[in-house]
Design a protein around this ligand. Structure first.
Ligand SMILES: NC(=O)c1ccc[n+]([C@@H]2O[C@H](COP(=O)([O-])OP(=O)(O)OC[C@H]3O[C@@H](n4cnc5c(N)ncnc54)[C@H](O)[C@@H]3O)[C@@H](O)[C@H]2O)c1
Length: 427
């Protein structure tokens, strides 16, 4: 750890949430401090996501220990979706099975063909009882949805957004880390490390159903879309991000636009700073979203944790994915931190119709997302092995076209699988 146990305990005492991103060596302290951190709810155990988030936390953590009370049987709903979603999902399941076998983890896959193709056949993106079916699973793995011929708002609001909302997946966690062997498109100053996490509010904000259109097709036509920011919604995102920052380098950047958006954004700022009073060890700084976007390009090394509203977080993380080399590598976790509902793990990218069916999609975003799931399930060592295997395969030069290589989806996934297996054999 970077700080003494006592300092960590003192800082942690003020935190109300389980700090996700705590490194492994902090875990025994969490056991002592807060028994609720280790409540097992089936395989929805809420555990700190650590290894998949931070290179430095893995370096500090050394050998990762798994708590003996973690459930070993995991039912995962699998929704490959559309386009390259179907291509990157299958090899990911093989990697999970390989790493699971060594860690005594048994996966039961519940396959769902819900997609735009399903919509074309049935008129809906998922069956009427789709959410009930998913509720029976411990976790959800999603590829991507969306395909030409079905409007994007239909595919998004017919599947992805209902899942995020019904299961109160109010945190969208997106690590932005430059992996070894990958060149950022940015010219980075000597010694700059890109290693930060974006916490995106995932249930409300700009993505609301409140609004409508009138006078369609006439010169008087207009559309109104209301943003919805609740104290509860902003506070839980802010506290999650503050906890995460407290367990990392102690710095939180809050994305705002309070100069131009005069009601919701000053409210966002106020709530974030109200919460921050409970975290004296975390330095909080507000950035207007336009300036923040520029700094992602000009000075990405300054960031540790970034908290943002639904829309701002969405846009920032595509930019984040671009600066770490490709959107094909970036992972995303839609978390229900309490573990009362399944969480959902997916790559940041979409269905990429322009390359679908060619076997050249980068599978690493999906595989890294699977590693976030292992970590969330309380299997940090298994998660670490998957991340190390991704790093090893990248370092060995096996890369898809988006990263400047020539390898196919299968060749990259096979390389990760080989490294997962050899790492396990070496352990
Ligand atoms: N979570 C989701 O399911 C999700 C997210 C974003 C977009 N979408 C949907 O996906 C469809 C396409 O959207 P888009 O083009 O804006 O975004 P996209 O992420 O699908 O593609 C953007 C660009 O990145 C490339 N790309 C994306 N993933 C890649 C990978 N794994 N390997 C190599 N290259 C990759 C694509 O070829 C494309 O050039 C739309 O229907 C959109 O609504 C879905």
């Amino acid at each position: 750890m970077d700080e003494s146990d006592d300092a960590y305990l003192a800082r942690r005492a003020g935190a109300r949430h389980t700090p996700i991103g705590a490194n492994l060596s902090a875990r025994p302290l969490l056991h002592r401090l807060d028994p609720l951190d280790h409540v097992v709810r089936g395989s929805r155990l809420v555990k700190p996501i650590s290894v998949a988030l931070s290179r430095s936390s893995r370096q500090r953590g050394g050998m990762q220990m798994e708590s003996p009370d973690i459930s070993r049987k995991v039912t995962v709903a699998v929704i490959p979706g559309d386009g390259i979603g179907t291509e990157v999902m299958e090899p990911t399941l093989g990697i999970l099975e390989a790493v699971g076998e060594r860690h005594g983890l048994e996966f039961a896959w519940q396959h769902h063909d819900w997609s735009c193709e399903y919509y074309t056949r049935t008129g809906a993106m998922m069956p009427e009882d789709g959410l009930e079916q998913l509720a029976a699973a411990d976790q959800i793995l999603l590829g991507a949805v969306g395909f030409p011929g079905v409007p994007d708002h239909v595919s998004l609001w017919g599947l992805l957004i209902p899942i995020r909302r019904a299961f109160r997946q109010y945190i969208n966690l997106r690590p932005v880390r430059l992996m070894p062997g990958i060149d950022s498109p940015l010219v980075l100053r000597e010694g700059t490390e890109i290693d930060f996490v974006v916490v995106r509010e995932n249930n409300e904000g700009e993505y609301s159903e409140v609004g409508g259109r009138m006078y369609r097709g006439t010169p008087d036509e207009f559309a109104v879309q209301e943003s919805v920011f609740t104290r509860r919604g902003v506070e839980r995102a802010a506290r999650f991000a503050l906890d995460l920052a407290a367990s990392r380098r102690g710095s939180l950047a809050s994305a705002t636009k309070s100069n131009g958006i005069v009601h919701t954004m000053p409210f966002w700022d106020e709530v974030v700073h109200d919460c921050a009073r409970d975290y004296p060890g975390v330095e909080v700084r507000d950035y207007h979203i336009d300036a923040l976007a520029a700094l992602f390009v000009l000075d990405p090394g300054r960031f540790d944790v970034v908290v943002a509203s639904n829309l701002f977080g969405d846009i920032l993380t595509d930019l984040g994915a671009a600066i770490i080399g490709s959107i094909g590598i970036a992972p995303s976790a839609n978390l229900n931190p309490e573990g009362e509902h399944p969480s959902m793990f997916e790559p940041v990218h979409g269905s990429a119709p322009d390359i679908a069916g060619q076997g050249i999609a980068n599978p690493l975003g999906q595989i890294w997302a699977a590693s976030l799931m292992l970590d969330h399930l309380g299997h940090p060592q298994a998660a670490a092995e998957v991340v190390s295997a991704i790093e090893a395969s990248l370092t060995s030069g096996v890369r898809t076209r988006d990263l400047g290589g020539t390898a196919s989806t299968t060749e990259v996934a096979d390389a990760v699988l080989r490294h997962v297996t050899s790492e396990g054999a070496a352990a």
